[in-house]
Design a protein around this ligand. Structure first.
Ligand code: NAD
Length: 290
């Protein structure tokens, strides 16, 4: 949805582009996790560019390189190269590229998660040791690994941001090991925030509501989860990657200089809900639709 659509949804209050224009002018940063134009990382990259920042992207492997390069060209973003967080040398390499490009950075955005698809359905108790270790490594530890590299390039303070989900706080169907990984990720946001605060580096997370992306398509009954949120969130809809991008601009820009260690819910208010709304239609997995 374009900014006009967003403005309509916001009651014509202000267009999204007007709201953030210039908010990040002069800032430079790295965004990891663009897979395609549906990625939350892409929504953030677009918003951050609209706010005036310079951006560099990474990609995971050759297949995604073919998607990421044209998207970067459209955005006017740099491409730092291949980064697979299971291989620390590739993390070093892309941050070295960022150093060569700019000398230092002001922000980093981590939009990376992985769990074996077979275990994103059914019972958490079935999680294997191998899947647990890999999921926690990629979905949680990688943010700390990236923070280690980014810290060295943030000589004038900075902002770090990661993406989490409500399944960290409450049980969600099929989210399983990802819920455990996101809980650990949210705890790491707090520990990193405390470690880096003296250097004026802020560390925050956005807890996004469900959005149909490549990663989300691996979660069992995802359509049902989307529909349930649409019917039961206070705003009676789900959120867009553009909206997550707008909130990312807030957390990455001087608009939030006093904010760190925070988990900001961008979920149409779903996290305050305790029960199905009496007006919400009854749906089941079968009739949840597209
Ligand atoms: P996506 O599939 O577009 O992005 C996931 C990214 O993770 C991809 O770019 C992929 O390349 C990257 N990745 C996976 N393993 C990696 C590895 N070993 N090394 C480097 N990169 C790796 O999906 P998305 O939904 O935009 O996911 C981005 C983040 O948002 C994830 O952390 C996800 O958990 C989180 N999130 C998503 C939703 C949702 O409903 N889509 C909701 C809340 C939070």
């Amino acid at each position: 949805m374009g900014s006009q659509g967003l403005a309509r949804r916001a009651g014509g209050f202000m267009t999204a582009a007007t709201a953030i224009e210039g908010a990040m002018r002069g800032l430079k940063g790295v965004i990891l996790g663009v897979a395609n134009n549906r990625s939350i990382a892409y929504g953030i990259a677009k918003a951050v560019r609209a706010a005036g920042a310079e951006v560099a992207l990474t990609f995971q492997g050759e297949a995604l390189e073919k998607r990421v390069r044209p998207l970067a060209a459209d955005l006017g973003a740099q491409v730092l190269g291949h980064c697979d967080v299971t291989d620390g040398a590739t993390i070093d390499a892309v941050f070295e590229e960022a150093r060569k490009l700019w000398g230092g950075i002001d922000f980093v955005v981590h939009c990376i998660a992985f769990a074996d698809k077979d275990q994103l359905t059914g019972r958490y108790i079935e999680t294997t040791e191998e899947n647990f270790t890999k999921s926690l490594m990629i979905s949680c530890y990688s943010f700390t690994a990236i923070a280690q590299r980014a810290e060295k390039l943030m000589n004038n303070g900075g902002a770090m941001l990661t993406l989490t989900y409500y399944g960290a706080e409450k049980w969600m169907p099929h989210y399983n090991v990802m819920g455990v990984a996101k809980a650990a990720l949210e705890a790491s946001v707090r520990y990193l925030a405390a470690d880096l605060g003296r250097q004026n580096i802020r560390v925050n997370a956005i807890s996004a509501g469900p959005i149909k992306t490549l990663a989300a398509s691996g979660i069992g009954d995802f359509r049902y989860i989307l529909r349930w949120n649409e019917f039961n969130s206070p705003l009676r809809r789900t959120v867009t990657t553009e909206e997550v991008g707008q909130s990312a601009v807030y957390l990455l820009s001087p608009m939030s200089l006093g904010v760190t260690g925070e988990i900001l819910h961008v979920d149409a208010g779903y996290h305050i809900v305790g029960m199905k709304h009496p007006d919400a239609p009854d749906i089941n997995v079968g009739n949840a639709g597209a």
